[in-house]
Write a new protein. Structure first.
Length: 422
């Protein structure tokens, strides 16, 4: 195993080199300031078993199982932060899933389908990753496959598992809704959401003292199971706590003005929502844009010459009028070129540069991603808000010579989570 890279040492060497080459043109302070401004943010990538859509086979036993680091500005590889394959660090079949940047540390959701007692959240210091600690573990709470984790404004974690959403308070206690998980088997327009929670985000509170609403994505083998739901921030007790729920393929989708204007249709089983990010956005009653990745086991969006939205990036309008009212509406397809986005497994957003990072399967058109052994790629898009209130957001792929922003390899099998930090 190669020696772990030290980001600070690499950055220092880069600065010294640039100073030596550019001393006749700029002062050292000017060069350091310019490099620091450009290279502050790091894109952290978790590689392990991932969700690329219903029916797509991804890596499990041959997954890389690391936390990787790249410069968010250039895609430069900074080496791995943590290797789950080291003997004695993690037991076999433990995979990192969702990552949350926590300042000087990362919170990482660990999944182990073989030894389920290893399902937990760990806290990993960025400067000394091998001194990680167990942040939270509870075999009752983490009784299903873990996928999706989000920290709300009060510091609680909302963790998705196969059948439900769990809430872990800032003092690391499991919070129940009655005797059940925080969101468990919701009824009303949120039914049925009990087999495949795939992602979760939370909204800021509408009023002080009341937790923000929860939005989740749920996938399954039928169209009715591929859906989004919005819950009150006070947990699920009755059907009234489901603020709004939608079956994805039952809602009319339009397309952003900058992509081909096919009529958006879906195949018989719909398409699975695999990941989500929330972008605050205020226009009239709209309080946020929810960006959702779609994927399934169809090999393209134009099978047999008929357009179906099988793989894509879609924005939904999020509206709120009170602590108990809100809607998910107006889905707009922002990008659907399956040459570059296929089997999306994770996304991250940089608000300072208005950049969207998207993890995409490395073998477009292949239902089994393990056959040829390609790593997952990361694509980078700029997000244009100019006409967001009328014709919607617009995405522009950022690429040199048509290549992905980060080209996958042996260290990206497969990308289960993305997070931006320092």
């Amino acid at each position: 195993m190669a020696k772990q890279f030290n980001y600070k040492s690499i950055r220092s060497l880069l600065l010294l080199t640039l100073i030596g080459l550019s001393a006749c043109q700029k002062s050292a302070d000017e060069i350091i300031a310019s490099v620091a401004a450009a290279d502050t943010k790091v894109l952290y990538i978790s590689t392990g078993s991932c969700n690329s859509g219903q029916g797509i086979t991804t890596y499990t036993t041959t997954a890389t199982r690391t936390i990787e680091r790249y410069l968010a500005s250039t895609g430069t590889n900074l080496g791995y932060l943590l290797d789950y394959n080291y003997s004695g660090v993690f037991i076999p079949a433990t995979h990192p899933r969702t990552i949350i940047d926590n300042g000087s540390s990362l919170l990482i959701l660990n999944e182990n389908a073989t030894t389920t007692s290893e399902r937990r959240v760990i806290k990993v210091p960025k400067t000394d990753p091998l001194s990680y600690t167990n942040y939270y573990a509870n075999s009752t709470a983490f009784s299903g496959i873990l996928n999706g984790m989000y920290m709300d404004t009060e510091g609680s974690l909302i963790v998705g598992k196969t059948t439900a959403l769990e809430k872990i308070s800032p003092n690391l206690s499991r919070v129940l809704a009655g005797a059940a998980a925080w969101v468990n088997a919701p009824a009303g327009t949120c039914a049925t959401s009990t087999t495949g929670m795939s992602s979760v985000v939370t909204l800021p509170p509408v009023s002080a003292g009341v937790a923000g609403k929860i939005i989740y994505a749920h996938q399954g083998a039928t169209a009715a199971l591929n859906r989004l739901g919005m819950m009150t921030g006070t947990g699920y007790y009755t059907a009234a706590d489901c603020v709004n729920g939608v079956q994805i393929s039952a809602v009319t989708h339009t397309k952003a003005a900058n992509i081909t204007q096919d009529v958006v249709a879906f195949n018989a089983v719909g398409t699975a929502p695999t990941s989500m990010i929330l972008i605050p956005f205020s226009s009239g009653s709209v309080t946020a844009k929810l960006i959702v990745s779609y994927a399934n086991a169809q090999t393209s969006n134009n099978n047999a010459g008929t357009y179906n939205l099988n793989h894509g990036i879609v924005s939904w309008d999020v509206t709120e009028t009170s602590t108990t009212a809100g809607t998910l509406s107006n889905p707009v397809v922002l990008y659907d070129n399956t040459t570059y986005i296929f089997g999306i497994s994770a996304m991250a957003y940089d608000s300072s540069t208005k950049s969207l990072f998207v993890a995409s399967a490395g073998d477009p058109g292949a239902v089994n991603q393990t056959t040829n052994g390609y790593g997952y790629n990361v694509e980078k898009f700029s997000v244009d808000f100019t006409n967001a209130a009328t014709t919607g957001l617009q995405l522009t792929r950022q690429a040199t010579n048509f290549m992905p922003f980060i080209r996958g390899g042996a260290n990206t099998k497969c990308i289960s989570g993305l997070a931006l930090g320092n």
